[in-house]
Design a protein around this ligand. Structure first.
Ligand code: APR
Ligand code: PHB
Length: 391
């Protein structure tokens, strides 16, 4: 088998890349270890930056997103029993975020690729990448037990944090920057209408809580839990009462409760691998970097990476120039590090740390108090939250 770009992983990075390349008449094959059903049902993030939405809409995969996505013009920060609205729309010069689950983006992209005759090989096992430090890159894998090889000009490693691409690059080439937070998020999907029209980020002495949503009938809610927490110690009642405590407000507030449809715990991590390329192998999305979920940047960063990669590959195929390809990592990392900074800042400001001194606790409240009282500070939050400009 032969193609121009061999893509490992059918997450947002791999699928958006394949789609953007197709629009520029560049061929690709996507190899995905999971089944189509699995990736279309996997529960992940749900906040799209303005630029991500615009890109999906402009490239023809945003019709359902436009119809069903929930456009939000603000978020609330809640601390000391008070809520403070950040008017993202006004402060960012008219931008917004859209709440639309990642698996819905995946469904739209898979459908678009397959309708256009694109090749996604699901349940591709034992994927390994070869020859990317020379002229003949290839990807070996097994389909229905049969060994196969895909020859290509370039390999895009879009296989997420636990994928094979990053770890196939010689260890002495990559510097990794890693920070694991001493807590995770217990997330639930509940058959309950969102308690508020907008997302609420709560800072509380018991720990962080986040009120998000998926549809007008389904809420997505999170609470901070210790890192090694056993999900069995969190029956539904305990989750609801903790959500109640952490969101308590002087004023009108009623938490809508309903059956819990799904429950999971995920760790929080900041990670960057530098450089994001080696020879003819290019890493994109979670394969190269992870951000803690507090800033809602993971999916958006993946899209930003592959936008840059697609442009660089287009330049190469149109003119033979490798200038943009050579600068791929450097270009991406400028945005990646800014998103790292923002995600780290949101995380440290809003979570409880066991190591906190009384001074730290006061400083954190002062930070929130300053932020919610200063137009300059809120503007900074807003421009990062809706997404920094592409270039
Ligand atoms: N071979 C083939 N496919 C693989 C392999 C492998 N060895 N390892 C992982 N994959 C697949 C995964 O099954 C997944 O579908 O690669 C895909 C990677 O997708 P994501 O993890 O979604 O990563 P990415 O596309 O970079 O998107 C980042 O996804 O993880 C969320 O919150 C994160 O929103 C962020 C976004
Ligand atoms: C979500 O809805 O899953 C979500 C929203 C905002 C975040 C993180 C996750 O910061």
């Amino acid at each position: 088998m032969r193609t121009q770009i061999g893509i490992v992983g059918a997450g947002p990075a791999g699928l958006v890349l394949s789609h953007l390349l197709h629009l520029q008449k560049i061929e690709s094959v996507v190899l995905e270890v999971r089944s189509r059903k699995y990736i279309e049902e996997r529960i992940r993030a749900g906040v799209l930056e303005q630029g991500t939405v615009d890109l999906l809409v402009e490239t023809g995969v945003g019709a359902r997103l436009k119809r069903e996505g929930l456009v939000h013009h603000g978020i609330e920060l809640r601390f000391n029993r008070r809520g403070h609205r950040i008017d993202l729309h006004e402060l960012s010069g008219g931008k917004a975020i859209t709440v639309y689950a990642q698996q819905e983006v995946i469904k739209d992209l898979v459908a678009a690729r397959l309708d256009a005759g694109g090749q996604i090989i699901f349940e591709a096992n034992d994927v390994t990448v070869h020859g990317f430090d020379g002229p003949k890159p290839s990807i070996r894998f097994r389909r229905n037990g049969q060994a196969e090889e895909l020859h290509c000009d370039f390999i895009a490693g879009c296989d997420g944090f636990h994928g094979v691409c990053r770890t196939s690059i010689p260890a002495n080439v990559i510097t990794d920057y890693d920070h694991v937070y001493p807590f995770g998020w217990l997330g639930i999907l509940a058959q309950a209408p969102p308690s508020s029209n907008e997302l609420i980020y709560c800072q509380h002495e018991r720990g962080f809580a986040l009120f998000s949503m998926r549809t007008p009938e389904v809420s997505r809610l999170y609470i901070q839990v210790p890192n090694d927490e056993d999900i069995k110690s969190w029956p539904d009642d305990r989750i609801w009462s903790e959500l109640q405590l952490r969101s308590a407000l002087d004023g009108n507030w009623k938490l809508a409760i309903g059956p819990v449809l799904q429950k999971n715990i995920a760790g929080l991590r900041s990670y960057v691998a530098e450089p994001m390329q080696y020879g003819k192998l290019f890493l994109a999305g979670d394969a190269a970097h992870i951000v803690p979920a507090t800033g809602a940047k993971g999916l958006n960063l993946a899209v930003a990476d592959v936008r840059i990669l697609a442009q660089a590959l287009v330049e190469f195929y149109k003119s033979g120039k490798t200038r943009l390809l050579e600068r791929y990592s450097e270009t991406c990392l400028r945005r990646v590090w800014k998103a790292q900074r923002f995600s780290w800042w949101m995380t440290t400001m809003l979570h409880k740390f066991d190591t906190d001194s009384a001074f730290d606790q006061h400083r954190r409240i002062a930070e929130l108090d300053y932020l919610t009282g200063s137009r300059a500070a809120m503007t900074s939050l807003a421009e990062n939250y809706v997404g920094l400009p592409w270039d």
